[in-house]
Design a protein around this ligand. Structure first.
Ligand SMILES: Cc1cc2nc3c(=O)[nH]c(=O)nc-3n(C[C@H](O)[C@H](O)[C@H](O)COP(=O)(O)OP(=O)(O)OC[C@H]3O[C@@H](n4cnc5c(N)ncnc54)[C@H](O)[C@@H]3O)c2cc1C
Length: 489
């Protein structure tokens, strides 16, 4: 059941102007072909909504009645065959085709920066098959998180992918942006959950990849499309691995004298086999802001779920790791408070409305580099003129490292675009120099395209070759992922 709603950060429909004046002529013949395939909307309100996503810089532009750009047409196919028809028609006409799911992306990925056609997947929704024995669900790309989990509940299953944007994002968007849910330390990233994909290529060919629990039949082609952000193909259906609904849960909190101690304890726990669903360590600034800290201590929130014996052993191992690093028990009720407020974005929106430049940046690094990455990024952000806050928490842990999620804010330091760009240049470059990667789960989109070369090195050339081969006319989401025709900054 599609339930995409307009982004609440409103632009007044009817008086919306595009920020990037990159328009593509869409001939009436193409509009007619799209209309015949699945219906085509040129309603101004529809075009305005599909001209933006949750990219924080664009939230500022929305206050001035601007969206990044306007598509000429929005289509909402309901079947894979219709998606194939749309792709083939756009390919033949050499018109940009940008896929949009929930438009909850925060990097500008779904923004049609060169205009053209937006393919909205939200009517390509629903669950096609559930294999209870294997724990597999085949779901159409435009299905929103709650609809997927509601469908699975009677089968005693859940996928366990809970991004903060769970209610406003789609399965296809999770895959295309290579996301991570808040319970990822137990269930993994979306990369780990995908068993198979159905993808429509730029020329309309339909491809099925994956489908087995493991394989050795050449490179994993599914992984080519996971994280490709609509630039290599259109994901129409996803087979996901699902878990039994847990019947037991445990929670704990620990307080550390320093962020470095908390990182070391998290590492000890995970390296020795503890994978609690939630393992979130906040630095002193975030602990003080949200978890009753004194400005020096750092809180670790722990939640695990599943079989009682495994959960007990996991919580014991985390407790031993924490106490061996000098932690004191914290108030377990803090976990409940976090659960209750974890999807609340009102503070972010209120700050934007008051003129603050706010955003978050998430990167991953090996355990050995994490303390340096933390210090380098927070230091670099705080040095940017106008920066009034820079902090981080650690979440999403792996055997060899973890994700650091930075939050930052600036005010009264000049034009919003310049301040925003300076913050990202400083933070992202400091992260890369200290040994982190470019992105852990928010993707690249438009905002991070300029860093792709230094982050991927020769890998970007390989990506360009793949793009040229799969999408020779460059119609799929041009301007994203560092694949040419950038428009920002
Ligand atoms: C408040 C808030 C909290 C968030 N928290 C998290 C979080 O905890 N974890 C996380 O991972 N992300 C988070 N995000 C980011 C965002 O929700 C994710 O990137 C999400 O996966 C995007 O899904 P979507 O359906 O909204 O995709 P969209 O934003 O519509 O699209 C994202 C990208 O994927 C492409 N795309 C979408 N669907 C398809 C498809 N079917 N085939 C090919 N390409 C496609 C688009 O072209 C675009 O490049 C958050 C965002 C917000 C606003």
């Amino acid at each position: 059941m599609p339930h995409q709603t307009p982004i609440e950060f409103g632009v007044p429909h009817g008086s919306v102007s595009p920020r990037f004046e990159r328009r593509t002529v869409v001939e009436p013949a193409l509009v007619a072909a799209l209309d015949a395939a699945c219906g085509a909307s040129t309603d101004p309100a529809d075009l305005a909504e599909h001209g933006r996503d949750w990219w924080p810089l664009a939230l500022h532009w929305a206050l001035a009645g601007q969206v990044p750009n306007l598509p000429a047409v929005v289509v909402r196919p309901r079947t894979t065959a219709q998606v194939a028809q749309v792709a083939a028609a756009c390919s033949a006409a050499r018109v940009p085709l940008t896929v949009s799911g929930g438009r909850s992306g925060v990097s500008g990925g779904a923004v049609p920066v060169h205009g053209g056609v937006v393919l909205d997947t939200t009517e390509l929704s629903g669950v096609d098959a559930v294999d209870e024995v294997s724990g597999l669900v085949t779901v159409r790309a435009g299905t929103f998180g709650p609809d997927l989990e509601d469908h699975l509940a009677p089968h005693g299953l859940r996928v366990g992918h809970y991004p903060q944007s769970f209610a406003i994002s789609t399965v296809g968007g999770w895959v295309a942006a290579r996301g991570a849910g808040q319970f990822s330390t137990r269930y993994g990233k979306i990369d780990d959950m995908v068993a198979g994909l159905e993808v429509v290529l730029a020329d309309g060919r339909v491809l099925h990849v994956g489908g087995a629990p493991a394989a050795a039949d050449g490179p994993d082609l599914a992984s080519l499309f996971i994280g490709s952000e609509g630039t290599l193909g259109i994901v129409t259906s996803v087979t996901l691995r699902a878990h039994p609904v847990p019947d037991h849960e445990a929670r704990a909190a620990w307080r550390f004298a320093s962020f470095a101690d908390g990182i070391a304890a998290s590492r000890d726990a995970v390296r020795h086999g503890a994978t609690p669903a939630v393992l979130r360590l906040y630095d002193a600034a975030e602990t003080a802001r949200s978890h009753g800290g004194d400005g020096h201590d750092c809180i670790l929130l722990v939640l695990d779920e599943g079989d009682e014996g495994l959960v007990g052993a996991t919580m014991d191992l985390v407790a031993r790791s924490a106490t061996s690093r000098g932690a004191a028990p914290g108030d377990g009720a803090r976990v409940a408070a976090w659960l209750e407020h974890r999807n609340d974005t009102s503070a972010l929106q209120a700050l934007s409305r008051r003129g603050y430049v706010v955003d978050t940046m998430e990167v991953a690094a090996p355990w050995s580099r994490l303390p340096d990455v933390y210090g380098a990024v927070v230091g670099a952000l705080r040095n940017v003129p106008g920066c009034i806050a820079a902090s981080a928490h650690l979440s999403h842990s792996y055997l060899d490292g973890a994700c650091l999620y930075f939050s930052f804010a600036a005010k009264d330091a000049g034009p919003v675009e310049a301040v925003y760009r300076n913050l990202w240049d400083a933070g992202q470059r400091a992260a890369l120099a200290a040994g982190a990667n470019l992105a852990h789960h928010h993707g690249v989109g438009l905002n991070r395209a300029r860093f792709m070369d230094e982050a991927l090195g020769g890998g970007l050339d390989v990506l360009r070759s793949l793009k040229a081969s799969l999408d020779p006319h460059g119609i799929l989401n041009p301007g994203k992922l560092g694949l040419g025709r950038e428009v920002w900054p």
